[in-house]
Write a protein that binds this ligand. Structure first.
Ligand SMILES: Cc1cc2nc3c(=O)[nH]c(=O)nc-3n(C[C@H](O)[C@H](O)[C@H](O)COP(=O)(O)O)c2cc1C
Length: 373
């Protein structure tokens, strides 16, 4: 793959720089149009219909890479089945002081404390319009991850504003209430805050997006939710009528093997050290929701084996970000090729048969999510 050669040539330079500067340069290169982006058609066994949307493959770009929806098209062309742009907030904001992103290649880990820097909903909307204006539009689903401004004291106002402003552009919305870098945000995960917030969001969607094919509403959760709280939260999510859960965001935990001084950076940890907790959290929410709500698995996915085991654990779709930093764009095709092999090896003719396969013996009464294709 041509693009992989570019990555291997550029990686020593990019990784010698501050992580955020390297990311800004990567975005500029992707936007420039001179990178050779190509991907072959996806194998039919990777197809999935979810929320009435056709995914040609289940591998998505996680939120945070393309905060302002500037590189949706190139990322879809790289072979992602879907891109989650954002987190976007109503007003532009600068985020926390730099430096605020740190990588540790030996641990395949990233710590970030960005605090939702983004250019705001108006610019986001223009970027989405530009993306949609270019025909033919590359195949793929585009989700919009929404968050509140740091200065907002009534969170529902910001989330509802974004649903109104961006509803026409979203194949789905992810309500981000799990970033560790916006003070108080994660308190929205508590049942007493969660239920009223989601009720207002669902009402706003009904009002401003119509009832024909309104964008599904997903909620993104933290891997740091106490085990004792999970059931209450899962019940609240089912009760609220939301359409999906994204598990997980970054963690404040620091596994023992993570070296000093990297581990002492404040912020959310992602990449390989998150794999186990993110998988365990997803498994637990699949069980608690009895497989009734589609889940997107994210956190430390860096290979086809990781993606496949997340799907067997209950994910209908997967996403990644950190592994892309270390392995480059060829990773997307590698994961898809390995998924095809894993499905065939285990006798599945389509992806939907593998979703939650690890649970089937233990969830005899569960009415599983229905997937087409
Ligand atoms: C630099 C950076 C910025 C991120 N920004 C966001 C964000 O704006 N919104 C969000 O929901 N998640 C954000 N995330 C979290 C990722 O979407 C993902 O949930 C997390 O990194 C775990 O996946 P990974 O291990 O594949 O990176 C960010 C992650 C990183 C590394």
């Amino acid at each position: 793959m041509m693009m992989d050669r570019f990555f291997r040539l550029g990686k020593p330079f990019l990784h010698a720089m501050d992580a955020e500067t390297a990311h800004t340069l990567t975005l500029a290169a992707l936007k420039s149009g001179w990178l050779p982006l190509e991907s072959s058609a996806d194998d039919p066994s990777l197809k999935l219909t979810l929320w009435g949307r056709q995914f040609t493959n289940p591998v998505g770009l996680a939120a945070g890479f393309d905060k302002n929806a500037e590189v949706v098209s190139p990322m879809l062309k790289l072979g992602f089945g879907f891109v989650e742009a954002g987190t976007v907030t109503p007003k532009a904001q600068g985020g926390n002081p730099k430096p605020r992103v740190f990588r540790h290649p030996d641990s395949q880990a990233v710590i970030n404390r960005m605090g939702f820097p983004n250019t705001g909903a108006d610019v986001f909307k223009k970027n989405m319009e530009t993306f949609l204006d270019v025909k033919p539009r590359p195949a793929g689903i585009v989700g919009i991850n929404i968050g509140m401004n740091k200065t907002q004291t009534d969170p529902a106002k910001d989330y509802c504003y974004l649903i109104r402003a961006l509803g026409a552009y979203a194949d789905y919305f992810t309500v981000n209430i799990s970033s560790p870098n916006t003070p108080g945000l994660r308190n929205l995960q508590n049942r007493e805050n969660l239920l009223p917030l989601l009720a207002q969001i669902m009402a706003e969607r009904k009002k401003s997006c119509g009832s024909e094919a309104p964008p599904p509403i997903l909620v993104k959760l933290s891997p740091d939710i106490e085990e004792s709280q999970r059931e209450t939260i899962a019940d609240a999510l089912v009760e609220s009528g939301i359409d999906g859960i994204v598990l997980t965001n970054t963690t404040l935990a620091r596994p023992d093997h993570l070296p000093y001084p990297f581990r002492e950076q404040p912020g959310g940890l992602s990449g390989a050290p998150l794999t186990e907790t993110a998988t365990e959290t997803l498994k637990s929410f699949y069980r608690l929701t009895r497989g009734k709500i589609p889940l997107i698995g994210v956190g430390g996915i860096s290979s086809g084996a990781d993606a496949y085991s997340r799907i067997r654990a209950g994910a209908s779709l997967v996403q990644l970000y950190s592994a892309l930093v270390f392995q480059g764009p060829a990773l997307v095709k590698r994961i898809k090729d390995d998924l095809i092999k894993s499905l065939a090896r285990d006798g599945f003719t389509s992806l939907s048969q593998a979703i939650g396969a690890d649970h089937s013996a233990s969830l005899p009464l569960a009415k599983k999510v229905s997937h087409g294709g």
